[in-house]
Design a protein around this ligand. Structure first.
Ligand SMILES: [Zn+2]
Length: 206
């Protein structure tokens, strides 16, 4: 069955939370529940959340993780090298803006780099893409030609490299690997509009 991808734009920074489900099933996966849990809950329309997947540990992508995980009992996955960021306001960017230091509740699991992560009938491949943060990952659905790119790749741009754990050299390598994916791959980023690998690759003359 085909999949449905629904964007809920959350919070002051306009972060994209992605609700992904396979047609004919009543469960779904939530990628980067940034904020505004009541709004996300409405968008779920009563569907069971099979897993919460995080592309990285920055505050604007994780603020609704606590209440959503407590409410749904869904497991939470994040790149292992970003696990330290989730409850550490000093490095997840949250301190100055929110003054909140802890998420309550969820047990966090390490996303299996380079391997399959299956939930709700969706088989994601976890692509490690450091550069924006050490543990940034892109979540790839090869059969559906869909990539959830977090803050690694945007339409007409890529993520900041000057924050905690950022690295221009790693970002260059990560983008090179993403640009090797099929050009028709749809890219669903953490901010802004969706795009394709082919469109983004062509901006760099590749
Ligand atoms: Zn970020």
């Amino acid at each position: 069955m085909p999949i449905q991808i629904h964007c809920v734009c959350c919070g002051e920074i306009g972060e994209n939370a992605w609700l992904v489900r396979r047609e004919g099933r009543d469960d779904c996966v939530v990628i980067d529940p940034g904020d505004e849990y009541p709004k996300l809950k409405r968008a779920l329309e009563g569907r069971r959340v099979a897993a919460i997947l995080l592309t990285h540990g920055h505050f604007d992508h994780i603020m609704a993780v606590g209440p959503m995980a407590v409410d749904t009992h869904a497991p939470v996955y994040v790149g292992r090298d970003d696990m330290e960021m989730l409850n550490n306001a000093a490095i997840n960017g949250r301190a100055g803006l929110m003054g909140i230091t802890h998420m309550d509740g969820p047990a966090i699991e390490a996303a299996p780099y380079g391997e399959k992560l299956s939930a709700a009938g969706l088989d994601f491949t976890v692509l490690p893409t450091p550069g924006h943060s050490r543990g940034s990952v892109c979540l790839y659905l090869p059969d559906e030609h869909a990539l959830f790119s977090g803050d690694t790749l945007f339409q007409a741009g890529f993520g900041r490299m000057d924050l905690y754990g950022g690295s221009p050299a790693q970002m260059r390598d990560s983008l090179r690997r993403l640009f090797a994916l099929p050009p028709e791959t749809r890219v669903y980023p953490g901010h802004g509009m969706a795009t394709t690998i082919g469109d983004e690759r062509s901006r760099y003359g590749l």
